[in-house]
Design a protein around this ligand. Structure first.
Ligand code: HEM
Length: 414
């Protein structure tokens, strides 16, 4: 078998993720035949791809024996070494463990608790109404992903962050530069993804430095002020950790959610019976949103490192090995979900999906993400008389965060 045919490429090659049907068929085979697959591909430190729900769940919950470390996102070794050599090392919550992680997470935690998120409901409603109106103004014909899902989810998160509306396009560039580096559409004038990444980081370091200065001299009631003035163990957060704190909130907060919305809507529109069911039973909306998130699983992986030997699905793993947790695969595991390849808004166990991870790193923004989708979906379905896919949707080429990036739709209104 040539290296490009290696089954492990499924987790590496961004292009393979853009064909979801083929990707899920291949992942299903792995879950049956090699649920903990050793992946050795030139240029990458070997890892084990974990594809069953039970294993992804068990590893996620055990933060003592499976650590995140500073290398918790997959990339070519040369890329990581290059970034390190120029002083760029990820230091987000995702890159921390133990007390360091808990101390940093507790800074922003209160902003993401269900009660705090519930207090934002009125403003989320206003933004959702604005975007349903925009959809009307566009005559119901638009690229739903770019025209509605992206700006809607961006506006909500930037609202808590405290970033002014005129800077939202800049924030979008940040996300695309960091998450979209493998997709040729986001490269712009640059020819290589590494340049896009370093360029983006440089631009945003100065943006966030200015934001920090502003919120230190004029603290306001926003998350940017919390991060700018955040202290860990009685000392101001170090500059690198602060930069990455801003970055993770600015990026993780909307790309993921917009992919869940655009991909979830794509799935709905491919199943008109499901649209009708949801219109007839609006009380199913919360369940439908979980099914949309299970279905789309916008975060494709995170890594974990073993602090001692472990056995997963009968495979013995020595200390020090690294594991790739495949959330999209775990969410289609037929050991956990009946008929997992069916999109079913009434699925009784949709909330067992593991798209938000688990354990101490469980997605900080899950309540926001769910609420954003639960708010706009009923408004959208109530507004339209008919709605259909109107062209070919396109998927992002990305092995970290991805989904439907273009969704041409046509709708008529009631
Ligand atoms: C559908 C939307 C989303 C999905 C699928 C998603 C998925 C994930 C996943 C898989 C993790 C890692 C969990 C683990 O390692 O066990 C994570 C962590 C995180 N997410 Fe989300 N996320 C979403 C929306 C959001 C939103 C709206 C925010 C708001 C800012 C957010 C902020 C974060 C942060 C800060 C972390 C790091 C938590 C930590 O390491 O302690 N996410 N997310």
């Amino acid at each position: 078998m040539s290296e490009s045919d290696s089954p492990g490429n499924l987790f590496l090659d961004p292009v393979l993720y853009a064909d979801q049907g083929a990707w899920h068929a291949a992942a299903a085979e792995l879950r049956d035949d090699a649920p903990v697959l050793r992946v050795e591909v030139e240029g990458y430190t070997p890892f084990w791809a974990v594809t069953r729900h039970e294993d992804v769940f068990a590893v996620s919950r055990d933060n003592e024996h499976f650590l995140n470390t500073r290398n918790s996102i997959l990339g070519p070794d040369a890329q990581l070494e290059f970034l390190k050599s120029i002083g760029i090392e990820g230091e987000t919550l995702i890159h921390m463990d133990g007390d360091e992680h808990r101390d940093h997470r507790s800074l922003a935690n209160d902003w993401f608790r269900p009660r705090a998120v519930a207090q934002r409901q009125a403003s989320i409603e206003v933004i959702a109404d604005e975007y349903v109106d925009k959809f009307r103004q566009l005559g119901g014909t638009c690229d739903f992903a770019q025209d509605i899902a992206v700006p809607y989810t961006l506006r909500v998160i930037m609202g808590i962050f405290g970033i002014p509306q005129e800077d939202e396009p800049t924030m979008l560039k940040l996300t695309q530069g960091i998450f979209g580096a493998a997709d040729p559409e986001y490269l712009g004038d640059l020819t290589d993804p590494m340049a896009l990444l370093t360029d983006t980081i440089a631009q945003f370091a100065s943006y966030f430095d200015a934001l920090t200065e502003d919120r230190r001299s004029h603290p306001t009631d926003d998350l940017a002020s919390v991060i700018a003035n955040g202290e860990v163990n009685g000392c101001p957060m170090d500059a690198n950790a602060r930069f990455w704190y801003f970055t993770i909130v600015a990026t993780a907060g909307h790309d993921t959610t917009s992919f869940a919305l655009s991909g979830g809507l794509e799935a709905l529109l491919r199943h008109p019976d499901q649209v009708a069911l949801l219109q007839a039973h609006p009380e199913l909306v919360n369940n439908a949103v979980d099914e949309m998130i299970r279905w789309t699983s916008p975060v494709r992986h995170f890594l974990r490192y073993l602090t001692r030997p472990a056995t997963l699905s009968g495979v013995e793993l020595p200390e020090g090995e690294r594991l790739l947790l495949s959330y999209p695969s775990a969410n289609r595991d037929d050991r956990m979900f009946d008929d997992p390849m069916a999109f079913d808004v009434a699925r009784p166990d949709a909330n067992r999906m593991i798209a938000f991870g688990g354990g101490e790193h469980f997605c900080l923004g899950s309540t926001f993400a769910r609420r954003e989708l639960r708010t706009i979906l009923p408004k959208l379905l109530a507004a339209v008389d008919t709605m259909a896919i109107d062209g070919e949707p396109a998927w992002a080429q990305a092995n970290f965060v991805g989904g439907v990036k273009h969704l041409p739709v046509a709708a008529t209104f009631v």
